[in-house]
Design a protein around this ligand. Structure first.
Ligand code: UPG
Length: 393
């Protein structure tokens, strides 16, 4: 058996950079990737608390002491007395390099690392250990390419509030004041500028950029980004939608054979999706370890639930349903697409309506292609993946 992929993750020590990385890490966990995440002692409790439901290994390495202007114990940008200390703070992280490398030495083989763009110094460590570095920058493709394209105009005399066309995107008008200091200066310089240039330089020599966006949202800007900058930007967001939950419930009357039950369990396990499965009777007399194997992403409930509330939860992105009319209409109201698995009564007609008339769902595949056929785990896994990930397999 091939060993699981192992990824080292090092978010920048600021909440706005760390929180999306937690989402990304969960996304990787769902794909059976082992994760080791780095942070500093003062951030440890935030990490442990936020990741308490996962098996992510947290390694803390000391944050440098006696950094001028940075009070002792301040290890996150939200705790800085003033953001004017940002460059000093961010530059101080470079002193963590020996600790980071010492920790890397003792880890099992690392497949790749994902480190924040502001931790540009990790590129050197990555190269030393022969580990590809993927960079996470908090910004989207639009902000990035519009800023790059505007550089030539910022070098001119254009005044602070004068609208100008962005050279590569003439339909966008911005002003010099849309940029922070020192970047809006005609000739920007200073510690923050130098720090950013170093960060961008390190990113450009890395393996790839992970962007918290999706291609369809800003395809024009992503395409330009990939044309004028390197390495490639991979749009794998939105990270916050990484934990999409499939709600599985077959109403109050449908009966499933033990064989069919077994296939559902395997299908849910293999699909790797997060799920909430409401069953009318307990899963099995024999404990086959199913609930334990899916414990970080799947929940089986045997009690009555508030289905409407579940469907209206933002994480629920799909409903594997028997297509009882109440379930269909509740799913529609909650704007949740349906994976239809009709079983009896009007449900077959409802499924046809869902698929062929209002087109708000897909259907599970039966072994013999008939509407009442047995559904094996492969057919179920395939349909779940298509519904949840848009992947036609
Ligand atoms: O734990 C639970 C289980 C069910 N529900 C609710 O119970 C209702 C279930 O209704 P439905 O989805 O229509 O399923 P059935 O109970 O199976 O419905 C029967 O009645 C429907 C309406 O006539 C028919 O369309 C179905 O084929 C028939 O099986 C829905 O409102 C659900 O929200 C909960 O709130 N919590």
């Amino acid at each position: 058996m091939t060993p699981p992929l192992h990824v080292v993750v090092f978010p920048f020590i600021s909440k706005g950079h760390t929180i999306p990385i937690f989402d990304l890490a969960r996304f990787l966990l769902c794909r059976k990737i082992c994760i080791t995440i780095f942070t500093t002692p003062a951030n440890r409790s935030f990490f442990s608390h936020s990741l308490s439901d996962t098996n992510i290994d947290i390694i803390e390495i000391p944050f440098p002491k006696n950094i001028q202007g940075v009070p002792p114990g301040v290890e996150s940008t939200d705790k800085l007395p003033s953001m004017s200390l940002f460059a000093t703070f961010a530059n101080a992280t470079k002193l963590m390099k020996p600790h980071f490398e010492k920790a890397l030495e003792s880890l099992p083989p690392v497949t790749f690392m994902i480190t924040d763009g502001f931790l540009g110094w990790t590129l050197d460590s990555a190269n030393k250990f022969g580990i590809p570095r993927l960079v996470y920058f908090g910004m989207n493709a639009f902000s990035r390419v519009v800023s790059i394209s505007a550089l030539s105009v910022l070098r001119t005399q254009v005044s602070d509030n004068e609208l100008f066309e962005v050279p590569d995107f003439p339909w966008i008008k911005i002003t010099r004041n849309d940029f922070d200091l020192p970047f809006r200066d005609r000739e920007p310089k200073g510690p923050l500028f130098d720090f950013m240039m170093d960060s961008f330089m390190a990113a450009s020599k890395s393996y790839g950029l992970l962007v918290n966006t999706f291609y369809e949202l800003e395809s024009v800007y992503v395409d330009v980004c990939n044309r004028i900058t390197s390495p490639k930007s991979w749009c794998i967001g939105p990270f916050c939608a990484g934990n999409q939950v499939l709600y599985v419930a077959f109403g109050t009357q449908a009966e499933l054979s033990p064989e069919q039950f077994k296939e559902i369990k395997i299908g849910l396990e293999k699909s790797q999706v997060s799920f909430l499965w409401v069953v009318r009777k307990s899963l099995d007399e024999v404990d086959d370890g199913f609930e334990n194997r899916v414990k970080n992403r799947g929940l089986v409930v045997t009690e009555w639930v508030d289905q409407r509330e579940i469907l209206s939860h933002g994480s629920v992105q799909g409903f594997l349903s028997h297509c009882g009319w109440n379930s269909v209409i509740e799913s529609m109201c909650a704007k949740v697409p349906i994976l239809a698995w009709p079983m009896m009564a009007d449900q077959h007609m409802n499924a046809r309506m869902v698929l062929e008339v209002i087109k708000i769902g897909l259907r599970v595949e039966t072994c013999d292609g008939s509407v009442r056929g047995f559904v094996n785990w492969e057919g179920l896994e395939k349909a779940i993946k298509e519904l949840m990930e848009g992947e036609k397999v």
